[in-house]
Design a protein around this ligand. Structure first.
Ligand SMILES: [Zn+2]
Ligand SMILES: [Zn+2]
Length: 253
């Protein structure tokens, strides 16, 4: 965010009362929440264990830390674990759609805030992480939306947690707009060719990395980014996203 934009937003915070950006209720909650307490609570995922790879809630009788779908695929995931404060449905889905379709960058603030809060509560080794990175977005999508939500989230999270962040450690190799129409297997193969090490990849060396994205679906994207980071000497990578999905069968990208 440039200085002028930041100053404008700070000024708006001072002048206007706070209204929840989802339900419109006037709220006492100051920035950077922008959402009322009720909407935030409604959005949070139910308590309980979730799959270490895809964040899908696990069955109560599940004895492993991964879901049956992830075990079936036997994927080569090089991230330690993935975490998500919400599941992609209801209000969380509404918030993401609003952020993307209406290009409401301001919604990234409450999202990032919820991610940090969740991370501090549920990531056992949260204090180890010393670099925050974003899953890169292809420039064509960036041109359409005007901002990369993962990068914006990573910057807010890095600032909130007082950890450095870096850009261009990983970059997109090709446009994957067709990704949505592909099968899960094809998508995993596609992801392998979608990323490459960027010009600042050296910054990943010896770091414990928190990799940020807005949604985690199959985990193929996060897995490929992690692979590149581990290859470049990262000690460990964990993934923190705003929303995970409920079941693999419902996943769309
Ligand atoms: Zn609300
Ligand atoms: Zn899973």
């Amino acid at each position: 965010m440039d200085t002028l934009q930041a100053e404008k937003e700070n000024l708006l915070d001072l002048i206007f009362p706070y209204f929840c950006l989802i339900c419109g209720t006037e709220t006492n909650t100051a920035a950077p929440h922008y959402l009322c307490h009720e909407c935030r609570i409604k959005m949070l995922r139910p308590q309980g264990a979730s799959c270490r790879i895809c964040t899908t809630p696990l069955a109560v009788n599940e004895t492993k830390d991964t879901c049956p779908d992830c075990r079936k695929q036997k994927p080569q995931f090089q991230y330690k674990a993935a975490y998500a404060p919400t599941i992609y449905h209801g209000l969380a889905r509404q918030l993401l759609i609003l952020m993307k379709s209406a290009k409401k960058k301001i919604l990234l603030k409450p999202m990032a805030h919820m991610m940090v809060e969740f991370g501090q509560k549920h990531i056992p080794d949260i204090k180890d992480y010393d670099l925050v990175l974003a899953v890169p977005m292809h420039w064509t999508k960036l041109t359409l939306r005007g901002f990369n939500q993962a990068r914006e989230l990573a910057h807010i999270i890095a600032q909130t947690m007082d950890i450095p962040t870096a850009d261009n450690t990983i970059s997109r190799r090709m446009f994957s707009a067709v990704q949505k129409r592909l099968s899960q297997k094809q998508r995993s193969i596609n992801a392998l060719t979608s990323f490459r090490q960027g010009k600042n990849i050296g910054q990943a060396k010896d770091k414990n990395i928190l990799l940020i994205d807005d949604i985690l679906t199959t985990g193929a994207t996060a897995a490929e980014c992690s692979r590149l980071l581990v290859q470049a000497g990262a000690k460990k990578v964990s993934v923190l996203v705003f929303a995970g999905t409920e079941q693999k069968s419902k996943k769309t990208n």
